[in-house]
Write a protein of this length. Structure first.
Length: 345
């Protein structure tokens, strides 16, 4: 991909983050702040590509079926994180550039983790959070590696390692958040739905021989499953998923030849129930980044529009890697149905 030049100081980057978080006073101020954020975000993309190559090579040593993907963090997610963490600055945010590896099992996840822990790198591992051994209170499970790059300007990249079941759970939370226009992943929204996902996370953990949440430790396996079934019936979870997500239609425009090396710009419109997809080659990153900026500027105040720029290396794996951006819940529904039938564990 083409080299991206940093055009702004970290002071200006942080100021842009604060302006966008608080709400710009004018359209011009908003456009300028978004331009600065876009440039800072694009800087991460250059380094994501090199990290992705290493991740793919290491993941292939563990499993040839591993799914590898990368994404640049969406502006609404950036601003929500800045709002939730008052002392955080845009220039030091650690997950603007993110990579993900998804494996069939948690055992494979830990195999890849061991490769990272035992490998040398000019970049330093800044932090390691194991949310599989120590899941978050909402049920989220994954391993997060944060690397601080040995570059100027200094920046961070995040690598997430998770199993298929953990991936299904996390993307299910995001789909429901979109359907309910609420950030479930940040703990917002209906407490009953949040409780459903917490219980579901513990049932998935039992399937993988991993620890359940603290609040579920007093329940036996059968009691936990029955509790989940009751909540699913009360909320009509499967019916909601099938009805809501079936109405979404996808429209795509391919601007590249071949199947590999694509960036995909996805626009999810919850008002019109449509998903628009446009792809770019790796050499067109600057065009893709500008299109991303244009769409975010246009829809900045529209809560029913979600836009993201991702790269899976193979467009055929895009929907598997990011089912939440396609409102695809088929795999989640399949597992929920097995739970209801008593055939999951």
């Amino acid at each position: 991909m083409k080299f991206v030049e940093l055009k702004y100081s970290k002071a200006k980057i942080d100021k842009a983050g604060e302006l966008l978080k608080q709400g710009p006073d004018s359209p011009y101020e908003m456009a300028e702040a978004l331009k600065i954020l876009s440039n800072w975000r694009a800087i991460h993309a250059t380094h994501l590509d090199s990290f992705a190559k290493v991740l793919k090579l290491r993941a292939q040593k563990v499993s040839t079926k591993a799914i590898i993907a990368q994404r640049l963090k969406r502006t609404p997610s950036i601003l929500l994180k800045l709002s939730n963490h008052k002392t955080m600055r845009l220039s030091t945010m650690q997950d603007i550039g993110g990579l993900r590896a998804v494996f069939d099992t948690t055992e494979e996840v830990y195999e890849l983790l061991a490769l990272y822990e035992n490998s040398r790198s000019k970049h330093s591992m800044f932090s390691l959070d194991d949310y599989i051994k120590n899941p978050k209170a909402d049920g989220y499970r994954s391993i997060h590696l944060i690397y601080k790059l040995a570059k100027t300007p200094s920046l961070f990249l995040e690598i997430q390692l998770r199993s298929q079941l953990q991936h299904i759970w996390a993307t299910g939370v995001e789909v429901f958040g979109t359907l309910k226009n609420s950030s479930f992943k940040s703990g917002q929204g209906s407490k009953r739905w949040l409780a459903f996902f917490a219980i579901l996370g513990s049932v998935f953990a039992i399937k993988e021989n991993r620890p359940v949440l603290e609040q579920h430790k007093y329940l036996s396996k059968s009691e936990l499953i029955e509790k989940l079934k009751l909540v699913m019936t009360e909320l009509q979870v499967i019916d909601n998923l099938n009805v809501y997500t079936a109405v979404y239609k996808t429209f795509s425009k391919n601007t590249t030849k071949g199947r590999k090396g694509h960036y995909s710009l996805i626009l999810l419109n919850s008002r019109e129930n449509t998903i628009s997809l446009k792809t770019y080659s790796t050499n067109q990153f600057d065009v893709a980044a500008q299109a991303y900026l244009d769409l975010e500027t246009k829809h900045f105040e529209d809560k029913q529009i979600n836009i993201v720029l991702v790269n899976t290396g193979d467009i055929k794996k895009l929907e598997v890697s990011y089912p939440n951006y396609f409102m695809d819940t088929k795999t989640l529904v399949r597992n929920l149905s097995l739970i209801m039938l008593g055939q999951f564990i």
